[in-house]
Each structure stands twice: as structure tokens, then as C-alpha cells.
Design a protein around this ligand. Structure first.
Ligand SMILES: Nc1ncnc2c1ncn2[C@@H]1O[C@H](COP(=O)(O)OP(=O)(O)OP(=O)(O)O)[C@@H](O)[C@H]1O
Ligand SMILES: [Mg+2]
Length: 282
């Protein structure tokens, strides 16, 4: 279904328009869980069509931040501004209704349902037959097939149950399911974590294809710097509950990032790295 050479297209992606509007701002978000402080003062900006990497050590607060964005948690302090207006989400349903879709690591797919029923989970299509309201499986199957093909997703068959798919294929189905409702913002929490190189490559290709279209903005939690540089426009590095580094991938390098992180992420380390970069440049 999918061209094995799809990743060759990766090079054709043009940079994000620097004037693309900021559609989301999370400002000075703080969150504690009892005695644990997960977020101290986390601020994030996201432009239309941008792919933003959220990186940082285990426990830095990445998942908490995106769970606040997806309405799963409420912040203790701080504000979320969407398209210039402050929003508050009491539940994931509120965030989804406003166009924010999140794919969590556990994916929320139903293993013993087939691919197309998973894609239409919670929004099944129906038809009336002899006065009865019945599931329109044929239509869901056709639409899912067309849709997955259009997204370049490689699945052996839309009839197979999801638990027969590989991890990478499952991740792609979960992303396809979220994209189907045309979100403004797609949030992916470690979509590559449990995948091998080949399967991870499939998911990266899918993200890259979405990035090329520049219709949805994407926040991607990812640990591997290599992958960040492959598919992201910008990186935000979280450390101890705050965003300590905000840089365009085109303006830094994997080596520089590693140097900053090794020297202990913190404003002082970033300042030193920036000064060193200036010294080299001049
Ligand atoms: N529901 C919760 N109850 C109590 N503590 C929590 C809860 N969720 C997160 N924490 C704590 O908040 C801190 C930040 O956790 P979070 O899951 O946001 O980190 P993370 O950056 O996503 O880490 P990882 O890379 O390991 O996924 C951690 O100390 C974690 O133990
Ligand atoms: Mg996490």
C-alpha cells in the first residue's frame, strides 16, 4: 500500500514560514501532585503547521504538560491561549472539541477490533435498513482504506484486528484515527518509544508527511535527538518542570544539544553554549 521509498521525499520539506501565526501558548504553567512538583513554570509556543519536539529527562514534566493541554489534568497556575483567547479544559472532551487530539502511549485502540472499526471508534457510521439503524461497515471499510492509502500508511489489511499489527502499524493507526477528525493540534506522547528502527521509521515517515502538509501543528515528545532533527522544526527542552531551551532545529545541531544537556541543562549552561556559538561565528 505504501511506497517503501516514501522516506526519500523527506528532503523536499520546506522550512516553516517564520511568519506562521502562533496558534497556541501555554504560559507559566505550574502543577504539583501532592508533594511532587511536576511543573514549575513551563511556557510553550506553537505555530500553525509547526512540528515541535518536547524533550527532556525522565520526570522532567513532559507528559504532565501535554496532559494539561489535552484536558486530562488541570494546571494549578498558568494559562492556555488558543488563537488569542484563553481557554480552560475541564476534561479531554473539551480539548478534543476545540481541535486538540492526543495519542497517548497506550494508544487507546481496541485490540480485538479490526483496523477500520478502530478508526471509526466512537463515531461509527450507520445506515438504515428496513427501518433499523445498522452499522455501515462497508462504508467505514472503504473510507478507512482510502484514508490510510492517502496518508501513505502501510497496513496489510484493514480487516485484520489491531492486535495482529506490528507496534509501528498500530501507532500509525492511532495517529490516523486522531488525524481523521482534522485537529488543529496533534499531540503525540513518545510515539517511537517502543518501536524498532524499521517500525519507528514508518511512524516518522507518517509524521513527516503530515508536516509537509502544514495543516495541523504537532507536538511530539521524543527522546532521540536524531529523530528530533529529522522531523521537527523546533525543540523545547524541559528540565525540572520548566522549558529551559527553545531553539529552531535549523539553528542548532545534535552535537550542540548534547553538549548543552551534558553540561546540565539550565539557563547558565544555555547562556554559555550560546556565547560559545557566537565566539565561533565571529
Ligand atoms: N498522576 C501523578 N501523580 C503523582 N505524580 C505524578 C503524576 N504524574 C506525574 N507525576 C510526577 O510528576 C513528575 C513529572 O512526570 P511526567 O510524567 O510529566 O514526566 P515526563 O517528562 O513525561 O517523564 P518520562 O520521560 O519518564 O515520561 C514526575 O516526578 C512524576 O513522578
Ligand atoms: Mg512521559
Amino acid at each position: 500500500m505504501n511506497s517503501p521509498n516514501a522516506r526519500v521525499l523527506d528532503q523536499t520539506i520546506s522550512g516553516l514560514d517564520p511568519n506562521a501565526p502562533v496558534i497556541l501558548e501555554m504560559r507559566h504553567i505550574g502543577k504539583t501532585f501532592g508533594a511532587v512538583t511536576a511543573l514549575v513554570d513551563a511556557s510553550v509556543k506553537l505555530r500553525r503547521g509547526e512540528v515541535l519536539a518536547l524533550a527532556g529527562d525522565n520526570g522532567a514534566g513532559k507528559s504532565t504538560l501535554i496532559k494539561i493541554l489535552s484536558g486530562f489534568h488541570q494546571p494549578d497556575v498558568g494559562t492556555i491561549i488558543l488563537n488569542g483567547k484563553e481557554v480552560r479544559f475541564a476534561s479531554p472532551r473539551d480539548a478534543r472539541a476545540i481541535g486538540i487530539e492526543t495519542v497517548y502511549q497506550d494508544l487507546a485502540l481496541i485490540g480485538d477490533l479490526n483496523v477500520y472499526h478502530n478508526i471509526f471508534l466512537g463515531r461509527e457510521l450507520h445506515k438504515r435498513t428496513l427501518g433499523f439503524q445498522l452499522l455501515d461497515s462497508a462504508k467505514m471499510r472503504d473510507l478507512a482504506l482510502t484514508y490510510l492509502n492517502a496518508m501513505g500508511i502501510s497496513i496489510p489489511s484493514v480487516d485484520s484486528t489491531v492486535d495482529l499489527l506490528s507496534g509501528g502499524q498500530r501507532q500509525c493507526v492511532a495517529i490516523a484515527r486522531s488525524i481523521y477528525s482534522s485537529p488543529n493540534i496533534l499531540v503525540l506522547d513518545e510515539p517511537l518509544a517502543a518501536l524498532g528502527a524499521r517500525e519507528g521509521g514508518q511512524v516518522l515517515t507518517l509524521i513527516q508527511n503530515l508536516r509537509r502538509q502544514r495543516t495541523a501543528s504537532i507536538i511530539l515528545i521524543v527522546h532521540n535527538y536524531n529523530q528530533i532533527f529529522e522531523v521537527c522544526d523546533r525543540i523545547n527542552f524541559l528540565h525540572a518542570g520548566a522549558v529551559e531551551l527553545d531553539v529552531l532545529t535549523s539553528e542548532t545541531s545534535e552535537e550542540e544539544l548534547i553538549r548543552i544537556v551534558k553540561s546540565g541543562v539550565g539557563r547558565a549552561a544555555i547562556g554559555a553554549a550560546t556565547a560559545a556559538r557566537g565566539a565561533v561565528a565571529s
